[in-house]
Design a protein around this ligand. Structure first.
Ligand code: FES
Ligand code: FES
Length: 160
């Protein structure tokens, strides 16, 4: 069947079997491989994307459910060749080791900071509960989200 939606700001149309997951559609049909395949049972968060602004596990969503949606993956975070402040903050805080979980954490962090520009550590921990890092980089990840929050608030303040 034909599925149409917006992917990282671009309209896409793709023919795919209706029984595949959105994770498979993004990775195998649209080469959006920043979306990672982990458990495929909704437990690790590696496949997290934004669907109409909300973080969701793309492994739990059937591809046809994306019809008409706005999908954002890690590939859509950088703008005009510049990393997103959350990506910069992850680098500056060394918030990754193997990096496999990182796209999912970045997307979940973006959803949080879009909703709550200045979250507490408790709120960050709570928002990130669905994302698992097997390397155990949690302390640096939380520092990175705090740093990103500061960066994003400074940027929006300077833009008036
Ligand atoms: S691959 Fe989707 S939650 Fe683990
Ligand atoms: S950095 Fe390796 S799983 Fe998180």
């Amino acid at each position: 069947m034909r599925i149409r939606f917006t992917l990282n700001g671009r309209r896409v149309e793709v023919d795919a079997p209706p029984h595949i997951t959105l994770l498979e559609l993004l990775r195998n049909y649209l080469r959006t491989t920043g979306v990672k395949r982990g458990c495929e049972t909704g437990e690790c968060g590696a496949c997290t994307i934004l669907m109409d602004g909300k973080p969701v596990n793309s492994c739990l969503i059937l591809a046809p459910m994306a019809e008409g949606a706005e999908i954002v993956t890690v590939e859509g975070l950088a703008e005009d060749g510049r990393l997103h402040p959350i990506q910069e903050a992850f680098i500056e805080e060394n918030a990754l080791q193997c990096g496999y979980c990182t796209p999912g954490f970045l997307i979940t962090a973006k959803a949080l900071l879009d909703r709550v520009p200045e979250p507490s550590v408790e709120l960050i921990k709570d928002a990130l509960t669905g994302n698992i890092c097997r390397c155990g980089a949690y302390r640096m990840i939380i520092s990175a989200v705090l740093r990103a929050s500061e960066k994003m608030r400074t940027t929006s303040a300077s833009q008036g």
